[in-house]
Design a protein. Sequence first.
Length: 474
Amino acid sequence: MTSILALGVHLPRLRLQRAAMSSALGWLTSGAGAGKGQRTLAFWDEDSITMAVAAARAALRGQDAAAIHSLSFASTTAPFVEPQGAAFVHAALRLPETCLAQDVQGSPRATLIALHSALESGQTALIAAGDLPPGTPGSLAEARAGDGGAAALVGSGPGLLDYRGGISLSAPFTDRYRANGHDHPQEWEERWVREAGYLDLVPKAVAGALAKAGLSAADIDHFVLPCPIPGVAAAVAARAGLANARLAASLAETCGDTGTAHPLLMLAHALETAVPGQKLLVAQFGQGATALVFEAGSVTMIPLVSPQLAQGIDEANYMKLLAFRGKIAWDRGLRGRFIVNEALSTAWRYSAALMGFVGGRCRETGRVQFPPTRLTVGDGLHLDTQEPWPLADVGGQVATFTADLLAFSPHPPNCYGLVDLNGGGRLLMEFTDPGAAAITPGTPVEFVFRIKDIDPQTGYRRYFWKAIATPVAS
């Protein structure tokens, strides 16, 4: 039996109010801020890779990462055309060197395609998705979108969701496109997309998946179908005969459509109300359609989506979206004029430390330090006594804190200080997230994989680990 063993999600804490979007550009275009509620907004140092890493770390908690055979990074907004983003995700998660890593892209359905392939293979696989769906400023697409990440760990044996069968249909149906060198997608007329696309292809995929699973439409208890166009999911459910199925919440008013991450995000949210034995059908449209049937297993899942939705921070400044996305030129000041000249050979040589946040622990003294070196600091000579010591999950407490308004930051102030690691060790770190300036000495922190800096000339970005205040359960 192949199952989804674990799920993980990541929603940025900033929630841009659609009323603010409408206030900024509603005088010019009716699409600005369309709809009610809010959408998630990734912080300046978050992108599709960092959000995929965050979601994958949540999915791997308590799991055996060494058993993972393959990793798929799904995104329509990968920061690089080359190199592949999966290599960065792989390094940040410290997955085995033999793990096959690949990018899947080109459609929001890329995640379900990769998930379908993994489920059919029967091997242990990780699918990590992250997206910042682009939209022209003031457009309907911008208002409906949201930023986020989601991940699924697939393997044999009973899990959260036992796989019953599925199907993927391919079709050259182009409802939207974004050519190389263009920042924003072009979309076709919604009624045609609904009638000729969703209402034709998705019910066919649903019927095929039910046949593979040996079930009827009446057996389905939950139906998950991401679609940014209002009302389409309900229409597809009716066309497919899923009258008994509970339609999964689209999360449109609370976070928006997160692209490749959205099917897993909606699935994780639906699981919060599902009970063991219930049947769930997940489908998605995009150059065809995929439909997968699951049965809720006996493994209990701690709610993933609702707590993150509740921890959002309201944001009423629409200009932050434009600034974070690089859609406006702004005065960076003298301290902001620098070139990120990455030495790729050095980055490779120290990749375990830089990407995986692996320090060193002396076998003789127990002293932990970062970065690892041949010589352990302290009394006595201890040469070549350090063993690799992963730090990403240890956490710590703030020892000193500075909020620097003179140093350059895309979101002033620039916050940094010393962190005392749990289990020993102290290091200087940047603090990030919208509430970083409120951190004080003694605050418990955890570590996140984020963008360190971006070269405005070449677009190259470097990644590293930063500290955030440990979220308090509400």
